[in-house]
Design a protein around this ligand. Structure first.
Ligand code: FES
Length: 121
């Protein structure tokens, strides 16, 4: 269990990591935060990314809330942009967000269980 001070420090670090949409360098994690995304659970997913990145001091990465891409049924949707490479994840919950950080961002391997191709062809 984290203390209130620990949580405040994580929050401050996290706020520095969430950036404006015009910042383009490094890896970008885009979290769909339209109405359907939020109702499907995008808010705790967004928080999970921000907290993990801040807590683990992962550099050169930003988390940005974005609108929808017209796929309500497979929200929450998260896109990871690395240069010109785009990976789209669907039905992301906090556990999948954790896997995206551990396996994709830090490990360099796409989390195949949740890529959009599993849900749409
Ligand atoms: S509101 Fe659901 S995809 Fe846009």
């Amino acid at each position: 269990m984290k203390s209130l001070d620990d949580l405040k420090k994580i929050r401050e670090k996290a706020q520095r990591k969430v950036t404006m949409r015009d910042k383009q360098d490094g890896t970008r994690i885009l979290v769909g935060m339209a109405t359907c995304g939020i109702s499907a659970g995008a808010r705790p997913v967004m928080n999970k990314f921000v907290e993990e990145i801040a807590e683990r001091d992962i550099e050169n990465i930003t988390v940005t809330p974005v609108g929808c891409i017209g796929e309500c049924a497979i929200e929450p949707i998260v896109e990871v942009l690395e240069g010109d490479k785009r990976t789209t994840y669907c039905k992301v919950d906090e556990d999948v967000a954790q896997r995206i950080i551990d396996e994709h961002i830090l490990g360099g391997k796409i989390v195949k269980d949740n890529i959009i191709g599993k849900f749409r062809v």
